[in-house]
Write a protein of this length. Sequence first.
Length: 222
Amino acid sequence: MTTEEIVIAPSILACDFGRLSDEIQAVTDAGADWIHVDVMDGHFVPNITIGPRIVEAARDATQLPLDVHLMIEQPERYIESFVKSGATTVGVHAEACPHLHRTIAQIREAGARASVTINPGTPASAIEPVLGDVDQVLVMTVNPGFGGQRFIPGTLAKVETLRGWIQDRGLAVALEVDGGITEDTIASAARAGANAFVAGTAIFGAPDYREAIAALRQAASS
Ligand code: DX5
Ligand code: ZN
């Protein structure tokens, strides 16, 4: 995999929210490719985070694509609102969507890239039927809800499976991993076939954002 294909997406969940705009500008200047935005509702996951108004603030802070990860029940109720707020990509969990195909179409009709996400306990086969309908797949490498958790290596078998399907079918689908991505874990995810990497703690918890992003990129391409 060449360096150009690697996407590093800092998750603002780990940033200083009191200085949100400055933090987003700082990682933008430090070489981030996308900004990852974690939306949690206290139902689908135990934690509560942010809504469309904060996505709007993030949109004002950077020109980079906003990768909005919805960890909410009934995401179809909020898709248009997040796209209007500036989301480039809207990701929904397969586990939260009984009508997954329809919800993916709704994201694209609203004008955003469509991403479909699976939890560690969900098989790759759950999203195999919609692989040709999405722009991105996100394999969670922790159980969603909180930053700073430990990477689950067993999830990488699904990354391998999905990369195989994407390649065999000649699809232009980004394959992203999220959760516990660090300098130590990113290489194994890249080897399994991931090309987009969300990192919260490993970037916003580092003293130098530029060095942290460069180190992740380097480790992913090694
Ligand atoms: C977890 C979120 C992640 C989280 C990753 O539910 O989806 O995006 O911010 O944080 P780290 O990189 O600290 O595991
Ligand atoms: Zn996320």
